[in-house]
Design a protein around this ligand. Structure first.
Ligand code: GDP
Ligand code: GDP
Length: 452
């Protein structure tokens, strides 16, 4: 199911992009190829609680037809709104209500999309409420004072927002594991696909993917259902009607975005190339689970040490996916092909695994005892108050700390290692969100204020 989209709307300079970045939280989480998404806009992945969605900045909305290209910008905003489940209308609490806000509000009231009103730049707790109150006049319901820069107020806004997102569908669609077979040309993707679907005991049926030219294959094995994503893209590559980019990296990226688990297929004869690293990077950015499949193992001359040397080289070159399991196969002879699905099952389970807060805090307590957080030269020391898992697919753990800046990369890596050592999470990326205390206190202050 595609992720719900939330459009951010408002006139220029009210802080839309700042608010988008604040809501997205995960850095570099720009999404281009989610189904139903176009390239003209920048989408970012965001979540709140266990709801995931995309936020899209629509660009500044101006109602002034004197300039030639303005209607075009507006058309863009309309198109963005048409694909959205909800909109956040951002206004500027410091400049106050402007005629342009009224125009946009009038237009928004006619759209069939729920609208939340965010009054930005309200970082001042005392003034924020008064600044926001002025916007009741727009007739769009309660104005939420927020500060994109400081992060205050966004919690309450998000609480409201997720009430407007479509419910997550339950049932069979959720039980299938979506698998993408990704790799550069000629590594053996279609051979692997044939090995999966060519066997008699598989129940195979093609189903339509998200766009006209994608076809998924559904395969059933031992009670598990696997949806192999965009098999048309893998198979049709020899068809000359399609240009090279049709089967190129964009198509692979699209498949990765839709997958739960990505099989990153590597050619054992060629070893890990730059293109392989690019795909691996994308898998990590998108937070997909992954199994590294080293194919053409039959074509490699081996002695008893070869596999270990190989493992090490591949791991070194794909160090950012060190959490992924690796398997050496031959799509041609069928060697170990069936074992892949076992690894897929594990990766998919871990990808949606949820760990209780008490277990997370046990791990943290231990980790901090073995290795205390760094202290600055001025004597300030990092403190971790507590951690809790905030989402799955991939698992993300928020760590509430006194000041995120006090935790350097090496300490952050240490904590991640501790989580992996104690809890596993084999096959899935794990996200740690380091959250400062200051922001939370402000948020609470602002929330309390709105409830008065
Ligand atoms: P956009 O054009 O609506 O996307 O606005 P930007 O996000 O680029 O922000 C416009 C200006 O407002 C920038 O100078 C930001 O630094 C500033 N700004 C954004 N959010 C806040 C905020 O929460 N408080 C204050 N004081 N300024 C903000
Ligand atoms: P794709 O472009 O990734 O779909 O790759 P193909 O499945 O079309 O395979 C590319 C070439 O590699 C073909 O000539 C295959 O016969 C060969 N190939 C695929 N898998 C294996 C394998 O396991 N061992 C060997 N030796 N060759 C393979």
């Amino acid at each position: 199911m595609p992720l719900p989209i939330v459009a951010i709307i408002g006139r220029p300079n009210v802080g839309k992009s700042t608010v988008v970045n604040r809501l997205a939280q995960v850095q570099d989480a720009i999404v281009y190829d989610e189904p139903g998404v176009t390239r003209d806009r920048t989408y970012k992945r965001a979540f709140w609680g266990d709801r995931e969605f995309l936020v899209v900045d629509t660009g500044g909305l101006v109602f002034d037809d004197d300039t030639e290209f303005l209607p075009l910008i507006r058309e863009q905003a309309m198109a963005a709104l048409a694909e959205s489940s909800a909109a956040i209308f951002v206004v500027d609490g410091q400049t106050g209500l402007m005629p342009a806000d009224e125009e946009i509000a009038g237009w928004l009231r006619q759209q069939p999309v729920p609208v939340l009103l965010a009054v930005n730049k309200c970082e001042s707790v005392e003034q924020g409420i008064t600044q926001a109150a002025e916007f009741w006049e727009l007739g769009l319901g309660e104005p939420y004072p927020v500060s994109g820069i400081h992060g205050s107020g966004t919690g309450e806004l998000l609480d409201q927002l997720i009430l407007h997102l479509p419910p997550v569908t339950e049932g069979s669609e959720r039980d299938e594991i979506r698998v993408a077979i990704a790799g550069r040309p000629n590594v053996g993707k279609s051979s692997l696909l044939n090995a999966f679907v060519g066997e008699n005991r598989a129940i195979v049926s093609p189903v339509s993917g998200t766009t006209r030219d994608t076809i998924d294959m559904v395969v059933e094995r031992e009670g598990h259902i696997y949806r192999l994503i965009d098999t048309a893209g893998i198979r049709k590559k020899k068809n000359v009607e399609y240009g090279p980019e049709f089967f190129g990296i964009n198509r692979a990226f699209k498949a990765i975005t839709r997958a739960d688990v990505v099989l990153l297929v590597i050619d054992a004869v060629d070893g890990v190339t730059e293109q392989d690293q690019k795909l691996a990077g994308r898998i990590l950015d998108e937070g997909r689970a992954c199994v590294v499949v080293v194919n053409k193992w039959d074509a490699v001359e081996k002695d008893p040490y070869t596999i270990y040397e190989y493992q090490k080289t591949v791991r070194d070159r794909l160090h950012f996916t060190e959490w992924a399991e690796m398997i050496f196969i031959s799509a041609q002879t069928g060697q170990r092909v069936e074992k892949i699905l076992g690894l897929v099952n594990t990766a998919a389970e871990q990808h949606k695994r949820r760990v209780t807060t008490s277990v997370i805090n046990e791990v943290l307590e231990d980790a901090v005892k073995w290795h205390t957080p760094p202290t600055t030269r001025q004597g300030r020391q990092g403190r971790i108050y507590y951690g809790t898992q905030v989402s799955t697919q991939p698992p993300a753990i928020a760590l509430f700390v006194n000041d995120p800046e006090l935790f350097n990369d090496s300490y952050r890596r240490y904590i991640e290692r501790q989580f992996r050592e104690s809890l596993g999470f084999t096959g899935t990326p794990l996200r740690l969100l380091w959250r400062g205390k200051k922001v939370r206190e402000m948020e609470r202050g602002a929330n309390r204020a709105t409830k008065v």
